[in-house]
Write a protein that binds this ligand. Structure first.
Ligand SMILES: [Zn+2]
Length: 81
């Protein structure tokens, strides 16, 4: 449960939305532009992942992209694959 708070409030809200839906934060290694990644409940390669930028040009839009990705995830846990 230790992840850095996102500096942008809209994106922070989107990240919390993802977490509520079972997604996890993962620190991203190399890129300085990336704040981190969000990974869905499926803990393998087939799972969804979403790069979260530190300072996207349009934070509101980026926040919407995060929420959309979460909504599109079909790996809800307990669903048939
Ligand atoms: Zn997924």
């Amino acid at each position: 449960m230790s992840r850095p708070k996102h500096p942008n409030k809209d994106i922070e809200i989107a990240v919390k939305y993802a977490e509520v839906n079972g997604w996890r934060y993962k620190k991203s290694g190399k890129s300085a532009h990336a704040w981190g990644r969000l990974l869905c409940v499926l803990e393998n390669r087939e799972g969804c992942s979403m790069a979260v930028w530190s300072t996207p040009r349009n934070p509101v839009k980026h926040a919407q992209q995060i929420k959309r990705k979460v909504d599109q995830c079909i790996h809800d846990g307990g669903l048939d694959e």
